[in-house]
Design a protein around this ligand. Structure first.
Ligand code: C2E
Ligand code: MG
Ligand code: MG
Length: 455
């Protein structure tokens, strides 16, 4: 398969890291920390090598190499493996601290570097798994405390060095560790500040209804609009229209997604209600994206029912889209919630199908009415026989599950023609219309003979 990079489940299970919002901070940290490691490693490594202290010289030159690696990584976000960098740093700092044996005249100081490392990793990995988030910074602070309180060492004969040099080293280490700590705090204070600002703005957006529904048409194989997908936009004052890519993740991290999701649902229901009075569009359906996090809410079913009841629209005009990431949750519970709403008439679509976690047995576990073929498979489908074969199989699988198929990201006539020949039933993409403000949707897409036909 040439173009399709199908990721393995484990690859997808990893959170995106470094995440694009954090990257400028990570870059600053890599440059700042990397520069300090290079200077410190080069200066002291050279000095120890002239004094015949081979072990210490090697450790410090390794620190310098790590610093150079950090400076290089700062240029290449896609290659960053910060996990490896911080583990190497931990080991080197531990070695250097153990070699830095305290003497009667001058105490140990290298271990002070565990302070900036611990703080940096605490902030850096705050949305990572337990080990990196808690254990790693915890290990740094424990090492700092143990090395401060005990005299454990490798027994390098540092007393042979002139007392003035030892004192200078101690003072420089203390100063550098302090500067690094302040630098790290400054970098992440800005980060936390930005997050808090974004959160406040998003919470205000939900409260003040700055979030609005855009609609993108869904078209049947005979070219008729049969409904639309609701795609959220944030009309942020001073920033213009923001795409969901910039705020859905933050909404999920902060829990705002629950309120936001219900707001979108209610907006969708009001549109359905308005359409239900208009001949020609009264049978249109709306698909609303649901975050996996919303499904974990105990009140999800009751909340959705309450919205439908409040607005007074039939549930069978509503489709809820979930992504394959729901398969990582408690499937029994999720299926029960889906079944409860399905009994009311709501249908369920599996969005971005083929890019995530599905296996055939998992697919069978959920009551799905529609598989939404991801745009990855649609792009260049007319030129790529392997994509055509995959889509054929997806359509077959949908048939076995008793579900229909819709293709998203259809941009060209050859694509829609090819998909229709393969048996796809519904189409969505720029060829039929871009997402537009819900108020304009009716003017643009109410039935006219001029709509493009997928065939
Ligand atoms: P999605 O649900 O898979 O939506 C399809 C995305 O593809 C939309 O991006 C749409 O604008 C874009 N698209 C549609 N046709 C084409 C095409 O022909 N070519 C290309 N290249 N792209 C096309 P958008 O609006 O930026 O939304 C991105 C994602 O944000 C959505 O992916 C969905 O997962 C999420 N999202 C949007 N609205 C909501 C919402 O109300 N709630 C939740 N939880 N997620 C939402
Ligand atoms: Mg969708
Ligand atoms: Mg999609």
């Amino acid at each position: 398969m040439k173009d399709i990079r199908l990721k393995s489940n484990s690859e997808l299970a990893k959170p995106k890291f470094p995440d694009t919002a954090q990257w400028p901070r990570i870059q600053r940290l890599l440059r700042f920390g990397g520069g300090a490691c290079v200077l410190h490693g080069l200066a002291w490594g050279s000095y120890y090598s002239t004094q015949g202290m081979g072990v210490l010289a090697v450790v410090l030159f390794a620190l310098m190499a790590l610093g150079l690696a950090c400076l290089y990584l700062a240029k290449t976000p896609e290659h960053v493996s910060l996990g490896i960098v911080v583990h190497v740093l931990l080991v080197l700092t531990l070695f250097a601290s153990l070699a830095d044996a305290p003497t009667a005249a001058v105490g140990r100081s290298t271990h002070l570097f565990f302070m900036p490392i611990g703080i940096a990793t605490f902030f850096l990995f705050r949305s990572e798994r337990f080990y990196l988030r808690w254990l790693f910074p915890g290990a740094c602070f424990s090492a700092l405390a143990v090395l401060e309180l005990s005299e454990v060492s490798f027994g390098q004969d540092l007393e042979l060095l002139p007392a003035t040099i030892r004192q200078l080293g101690h003072d420089l280490n203390t100063l550098t560790a302090m500067v690094l700590t302040i630098g790290v705090l400054a970098i992440f204070r800005e980060d936390l500040g930005a997050k808090v600002d974004q959160y406040t703005a998003l919470a205000r957006a939900v409260a003040q209804r700055e979030l609005c529904a855009y609609l993108q048409p869904q078209v049947s194989s005979d070219g008729r609009v049969i409904g639309a997908e609701v795609l959220l936009r944030w009309d942020r004052p001073g920033h213009g229209i923001q795409s969901p890519a910039t705020f859905i993740r933050l909404a999920e991290e902060t829990g705002l997604i629950h309120e936001m999701g219900l707001m979108v649902l209610e907006q969708a229901c009001w549109h359905l209600k308005a359409w239900s009075r208009l001949p020609g569009v009264d049978q249109w359906t709306l698909s609303v994206n649901v975050s996996p996090l919303q499904l974990t809410s105990k009140s999800f079913v009751a909340d959705v029912r309450a919205v439908l009841h409040k607005v007074g629209v039939p549930a069978n005009r509503l489709c809820l889209e979930i992504t394959e990431s729901v398969f990582t949750g408690d499937l029994g519970l999720i299926a029960a919630k889906m079944n409860a709403l399905r009994d009311d008439g709501i249908s369920w679509s599996l969005d971005d199908f083929g890019t995530g976690f599905s296996s055939l047995s998992l697919l069978q576990a959920l009551p799905l009415d529609e598989l939404k073929i991801d745009q990855l498979f649609v792009h260049d489908i007319e030129k790529d026989p392997s994509k055509r074969e995959l889509v054929r199989k997806i359509i077959e699988i949908a048939g076995i599950l008793g579900a229909s198929t819709i293709a998203e990201g259809v941009e060209t006539r050859p694509q829609s023609e090819c998909l229709r020949t393969l048996g796809c039933e519904v189409f969505q993409g720029y060829l039929f219309g871009r997402p537009i403000a819900a108020d304009e949707f009716l003017q643009v897409h109410a039935p006219t003979p001029a709509q493009p036909s997928p065939a």
